[in-house]
Ligand binder design. Structure first.
Ligand code: IMP
Length: 443
């Protein structure tokens, strides 16, 4: 059995809480894309762990796999693993040999390019982790893969080819000085040592084979998508996107299992009850402009803790956007959804949803394919009755019927519009503050 978890908005939907909750029934948790641009917080036995690369399941004695669709910064990985070890855990993390490695020059170039775009509309507001440049090299067939770190001769050969190109880019195109990120000898030394550690700890695997064997042995697998549908390189608001596929198709290409395997399992879209966005790009339902909207955004931001886990940046806030969710449900083929942060909207004077868009006098239920057209869309807002602040811990214990009626109407509207059941409702930040409806691992 497989369960794939997908962010249905702009990332930061609170996927971690559900991965955490249902991951208890998984034997293996596999990330299929992204790198240390994703931040998640796991609370176990009262201890808080902030992770950006190690899959959260690894904190709970599950095998955590970083699939071939991921880009891996070994410095981040080992610093997170070493931290966890110091805190008494022994995480079992495996890396796909086909996954690409984020090298120091990728990070440098990510920052240089953002800086170069700073005064234009083209700034993406990346996390600066070298994600885009690493995927560029993957597609350009000049990347370094985890498997290359295990063979010093191959590693040297690849670095001797690629590093002069990066140096020329930094110096001749951007007119800056290249530094130690372009020192081939230093890189060979550091990354050979990383390869030695990977081999010694038996961490590098052929991901597709590894998962096939474990599935044959009866293991349950959870595929954990990072980021969200609207920052998918293909289906998101290009160019304000990350460079990978957070949508469910990525679970197959990013791990080496067939799409039929992913499709036979559950694909659960994680939805936040409102919208947040870190970084640039359109957001038709954004709360901004007049004082009342700005105040509301500020209130939701503070209450929902809407500040980037990786970068600390304040997130932009908006009402739930249904055309976006219809698009997400279609692209990934959701079999169910989980709705988070319902408590954050409690006690507001108004609750609205962007039910549709208006574009050139026409009403549309889904998103235009280009970001420029999307930016021209005006939301057609639907107003809901508000719900009061209640004892959410008690609601989580009592179950769905204890959710205030107006909030149930809101949830039912969502479920009807997307034509999928709701499996869980998040009513607070902790794992236990979740209203359970159905566990996707149950037959
Ligand atoms: P990159 O992934 O660092 O290249 O950033 C590209 C875009 O994706 C930027 O707008 C980032 O803010 C956004 N982004 C990347 N990772 C996350 C995430 O985990 N949550 C939300 N936004 C993200």
């Amino acid at each position: 059995m497989t369960v794939t978890i997908v962010g249905s908005q702009l990332g930061d939907e609170g996927k971690g809480a559900l991965v955490d909750l249902w991951g208890g029934d998984a034997d293996i948790v596999v990330r299929y894309q992204g790198g240390d641009n994703a931040g998640h917080t796991v609370v176990e036995d009262g201890e808080e762990y902030k992770l950006s690369l190690v899959p959260s399941g690894a904190v709970r004695d599950k095998i955590g796999v970083l699939g071939n669709g991921c880009v891996i910064n070994p410095r981040t990985l080992f610093s997170e693993i070493d931290d966890l070890r110091e805190r008494g855990l022994d995480p079992d993390v495996r890396l796909a040999k086909r996954a690409h490695v984020i090298m120091p020059y990728h990070r440098r170039l990510d920052n240089i390019e953002e800086e170069a775009k700073a005064d234009s509309d083209l700034t993406v507001g990346t996390t600066g982790r070298g994600i885009g440049p690493t995927y560029e090299d993957k597609a350009g067939r000049r990347g370094i893969r985890v498997g290359d770190l295990l063979d010093p001769d191959v590693l040297r050969q690849r670095l001797e080819y690629v590093v002069p190109q990066k140096k020329a880019l930094i110096e001749d195109v951007y007119g800056l000085e290249a530094g130690e990120e372009c020192d081939v000898e230093a890189l060979v030394e550091e990354y050979t040592e990383i390869g030695r550690r990977l081999r010694e700890d038996d961490m590098a695997v052929n991901c597709g084979d590894f998962l096939a064997e474990r599935r044959e042995a009866g293991d349950n697998v959870m595929f954990e998508g990072a980021q969200g549908t609207l920052i998918d390189i293909d289906h998101g608001s290009y160019p304000y996107v990350t460079s990978s596929n957070p949508t469910a198709g990525g679970a197959a290409t990013g791990t080496g299992v067939g799409p039929t395997v992913v499709g036979q399992g559950e694909v659960v879209g994680i939805v936040k009850s409102y919208l947040s966005r870190v970084g640039e790009g359109p957001m038709p339902t954004e709360l901004k402009g007049d004082d009342r909207d700005e105040e509301l955004a500020e209130f939701i931001r503070e209450k929902g803790g809407e500040f980037g886990t990786v970068t600390g940046r304040p997130r932009r806030i908006g009402w739930l956007d249904m055309p976006m969710l219809r698009h997400a449900a279609r692209v990934s083929g959701f079999t169910g959804i989980a709705v988070n942060h319902l408590d954050v909207l409690a006690g507001l004077d108004e609750v609205k949803v962007g039910h549709a868009y208006e574009l050139e006098g026409e009403e549309r239920l889904t998103m235009p394919a280009t970001t420029e057209r999307w930016g021209e869309c005006e939301p057609v807002l639907k107003e809901f009755d508000t719900w009061p602040e209640v004892d959410w811990a008690a609601v989580a214990e009592e179950g769905y019927d204890a959710i205030p009626d107006a909030a149930q109407d809101y949830l039912e509207y969502l479920s009807d519009e997307l034509d999928v059941p709701i499996y869980a409702v998040g009513v607070g930040p902790g794992r236990e503050q979740t209203v359970h409806i159905e566990n996707p691992f149950d037959d």
